[in-house]
Design a protein around this ligand. Sequence first.
Ligand code: ADP
Ligand code: ASP
Ligand code: MG
Length: 411
Amino acid sequence: MALIVQKYGGTSVGSIDRIKAVAERVARAYRSGGQLVVVVSAMAGETNRLLQLGAQLSDAPYPRESDALVATGEQVAAALLAIRLHALGCPAVSLLGHQLRIMTDSRHGAAKIKSVNCDRIERVLGTGHVVVVAGFQGVTPEGDITTLGRGASDLTAVALAAVLHAAACEIYTDVDGVYTADPNICPKARRLDRISYDEMLEMAGLGAKVLQLRSVELARRYNVPLVVKSSFSEDTHGTWVGREDQAMENVLVSGVTLDQNQSKITLTGVEDRPGLAARIFGPIAEAGIVVDMIIQNAGADGRADLTFTAPRADLKRALELVRAVAGEIGAAGVRHEDQVAKVSIVGVGMRTHAGVAATMFKVLAAEGVNIEMIATSEIKVSVVVNAKYGELAMRVLHDAFLGENPALAGN
Ligand code: ADP
Ligand code: ASP
Ligand code: MG
């Protein structure tokens, strides 16, 4: 019997009416046969509300307790959905991360899944129930509640789909698929029928929060067939995320992304000698801060300026660490900027086409947008710009590469 994992995000279960609508959809799928595991997020805004409560009591809430607090959001949503399913005559059991033994390490707030035990789910499915799972949470070997990182109910869904060998993992959200750009920022964005794991991975890492980054990584590793659909419409199309095929290669640029949560740090007057980059970035890596772009310019005087980007949420901690090292290595100073945005174009076709980056720079220059940093990989080009130009840059790049007369088309 085919097993499907469905995941409903915060807005999809954001009110009592929305939970009723989701329950109807789940009950319909249940009646049409097959086995169903349904993962839910907390009701929209709830995770932030809970974090806010903690923040009113401490500048740095103790991580173990913070996780115990925020995990309640998903518990409430799972129980409410199961209550409604029973009321519709659809037998359902809600289960939390620790009941399912979604085992994680103990990095509270960003825990990694180590293993998932399927026994309980399989038993419950075997008795003809729908299993409703609280997303986003796990448990340490000591029995402490952990959470898996923001947006990580997607990860719970993909992990369950992988271990249960589900026929598909359906991610229901407030848009009807993955678009060529965030449709809430770029009105001309189009829904993609299909996208490769690699492109989706880049897009998720570069700001397209429609799928959480680690969930895409896991889907790719275990070949989980992933589809993104809207819970607000009956349209059954959505976007499939899967292995790259030949038709995908012919598309030069698949998407444009915008990350507005970046910051930039510059160390000036760093001596140009071996070992200093390691001294600077070692402590940052140890603190778990993900550094993305790095630029080093050596001056004629033998001293260099070193600039890098880091998530804005980590700016304070990164500055503390960099200032400490700057003193030790005799750097001239440390500057930072928190109003920066990263705009990127992504597409597997870039592997075989030349001139994409140059065209991107020309398009931005024509709008008077100054490029502060550049990074490229095989299938993406990213630029850092002043935050106030982020949305404009996204729209003009979308017009240029994905509009009616796309640049470099047919090359
Ligand atoms: P959920 O709460 O269901 O997990 P999210 O808010 O995490 O939903 O993700 C859906 C949102 O992702 C959309 O409302 C949209 O604004 C945003 N988004 C960003 N980039 C894209 C994209 N390329 N395609 C679709 N949605 C995108
Ligand atoms: N509720 C969690 C969050 O807001 C997880 C999720 O929505 O996927 O980050
Ligand atoms: Mg999400």
